[in-house]
Design a protein around this ligand. Structure first.
Ligand code: PGA
Ligand code: ZN
Length: 425
């Protein structure tokens, strides 16, 4: 039984204020969670409540914290923390606004995840096992950033994430070792060109490239020089985050100096998939450009994972709409895009019911909170996207999955290529 909920303002990986919730159960068990924050957000996402004004660049969360204390706590005290669905329904009922901006998605997600932690702790189980309910679950295939561009690097490249995946690694531990080698090799290649300029928001190398193709070529070469076969051992995965570039009326590629129609954008992305060892592409078109999304999926979706992020915003209803258009074959799942654990799970279930792949994902603004590592395993999502292979707000998640893999021992099953929708696999 929930007997109290506290909220507090902490700081995220960008040095921005964020919300932590602390749920106390009868008997003294505590559950805590911290809200993440995106930079390339979709218009259909639930929104964070920020204070505005002068302090902290308007990014303060005092109002969201006050909502936890003044509105959320009174509605949840006395409820059973183990009944996540009822708790989340009560949370949703508090905010009648269409985008959760009244209570704030930052307040909702922190409380919803804190309740999850408290319930698992009360049951004496790690969160992943509490969520799995004893059903067999897989260790996710990681999708790991090597270069970070787009809105996470001053728009130095058009493409937001240049990532790698090693579906045949055999274990999560091995997949990280492979990624480490590729990350170092990419750094050496950039240093040799005199193009090292630190790292982007999620810890990937700052993308000092002349073109998107230059970045794709360098990443392919990094896979090779690290000792792996591109397109066999290690594959490229892209998050175009095309929503940041435009919409169906036109996409502006600053780096390449192009202005492209939705159809031309689809042609460009399909061309990249044919030329480079690409296995997965997220958001190749804008959040409402279902035609361009479907164009890409129809042409290469039988061998390439096409992920919806801004187009789906972890919303089960948007999954249905996107599926009706044939817009993608995989769903990115970010709890704070919708607000609560239960709604995020509903979006994941909707995607799975379509036969899609599912990827639990971090945001570009993160913290030491490792809840998503547990969600990816406990929900048997198959894939996990956290950002790069540096910086502790990223490594904390990878390290937590290593602990879970070790705890499973001989029972651990690495999702590997089984993570993809049937045609891709
Ligand atoms: P965001 O980026 O957290 O800034 O939205 C992550 C993504 O687009 O997947
Ligand atoms: Zn994305």
């Amino acid at each position: 039984e929930i007997i109290g909920i506290k909220g507090r303002q902490l700081w995220d990986s960008r040095g921005r204020p964020t919300v932590e919730a602390e749920v106390v159960l009868a008997g003294g068990v505590i559950g805590r969670a911290i809200a993440p924050a995106g930079a390339s957000r979709g218009a259909h996402e639930a929104i964070d409540l920020r204070d505005g004004g002068e302090a902290f660049g308007g990014m303060g969360v005092a109002r969201a914290v006050a909502n936890i204390v003044g509105k959320v706590a009174p509605a949840l005290v006395g409820r059973d923390a183990a009944d996540q669905a009822a708790v989340d329904a009560a949370l949703v009922a508090l905010d009648a606004s269409p985008n959760r901006g009244e209570i704030g998605a930052n307040a909702l997600v922190a409380v919803s995840m804190a309740v999850l932690h408290a319930a698992a702790a009360a049951a004496g189980e790690p969160v992943w096992r509490w969520l799995s309910g004893g059903r067999p679950v897989r260790i996710p295939l990681p999708e790991i950033q090597i270069f970070g561009g787009g809105a996470h690097a001053g728009r130095r490249t058009d493409v937001q994430d240049f990532m790698v995946m090693a579906p045949h690694a055999g274990s999560f531990r091995r997949a990280l070792e492979i990624t480490d080698a590729v990350y170092r090799a990419a750094g050496r290649l950039m240093a040799a060109k005199g193009a090292i300029a630190g790292v982007a928001d999620e810890g990937g190398w700052w993308p000092n490239f002349e073109s998107n193709e230059d970045a794709l070529g360098t990443l392919t070469k990094a896979i090779e020089t690290a000792g792996f076969r591109p397109g066999e051992d290690v594959f490229i995965s892209l998050d175009i985050a095309a929503n940041e570039l435009g919409d169906a009326s036109g996409y502006r590629l600053a780096l390449d100096g192009h202005r492209l129609s939705g159809e031309a954008m689809a042609d460009l992305v399909v061309g990249w998939a044919k030329q480079y060892p690409i296995l997965s592409i997220e958001d190749p078109a804008g959040q409402d450009d279902f035609a361009a999304m479907a164009n890409v999926t129809a042409r290469i979706g039988d061998s390439v994972q096409i992920i919806g992020d801004d187009v789906l915003v972890t919303n089960a209803a948007r999954v249905e709409i996107a599926a009706a258009h044939g817009a993608c074959n995989a769903a990115l799942i970010k709890v704070n895009q919708v607000g609560t654990v239960t709604e995020a799970k509903a979006a994941l279930d909707a995607a799975r019911a379509k036969g899609w792949g599912t990827i639990v994902s971090a945001r570009s603004g993160e913290t030491e909170d490792v809840t998503i590592a547990h969600l990816s395993v406990g929900w048997d999502a198959g894939q996990l996207k956290v950002g790069s292979f540096t910086r502790s707000e990223r490594m904390a998640k990878w390290n937590e999955v290593l602990r879970i893999e070790e705890a499973m021992g001989g029972d651990a099953v690495f999702a590997g290529a089984s993570a993809f929708a049937a045609p891709v696999a």
